[in-house]
Design a protein around this ligand. Structure first.
Ligand SMILES: [Zn+2]
Length: 137
């Protein structure tokens, strides 16, 4: 998988993977099921339990996650993403790792940066332009 394909895959993952766990059976096989009181509602495909976002231990919406990962694949470093979005860089790193685990054709684990290498990350997936703005792609 090339860097470009990886970049596309990771942003697709960010937008389309719900990332919710069923509070009853812990299955992550959940899908969106409309809104309730302004909150995203989900249904577990396994046990049909319906639940809302507040059950989640994750603090960010898919939109935020997608935005952060898009900045990331466009060459922005984790610390810069944190400054721009307010999302802790460790959270963004976790999303990157989750995406890596979820994508069958992901690059090897060592491609996914570790905390210690944060300062060298600017070159990762850096074949595209490096964005120095806030979310301007
Ligand atoms: Zn369930």
């Amino acid at each position: 998988m090339s860097c470009t394909q990886w970049a596309e895959a990771i942003t697709f993952w960010a937008l389309h993977t719900v990332g919710m766990k069923c509070p009853r059976c812990e299955s992550s096989n959940c899908s969106k099921n409309g809104h309730k009181n302004g909150k995203q509602r989900y249904i577990c495909k396994q046990c049909r339990r319906q639940f809302v976002e507040s059950y989640s231990r994750r603090g960010y919406s898919e939109e935020v996650r997608h935005h952060c990962l898009k900045l990331y694949v466009n060459g922005m470093g984790f610390r810069a993403i944190e400054r721009c979005t307010g999302v802790n860089h460790n959270t963004v790193i976790n999303w990157v790792k989750q995406a890596g685990n979820s994508l069958p054709d992901a690059p090897p684990a060592e491609v996914i940066p570790e905390l210690a290498q944060l300062d060298e990350l600017q070159t990762f997936v850096g074949s595209k332009k490096t964005s120095d703005g806030c979310g301007q792609l």
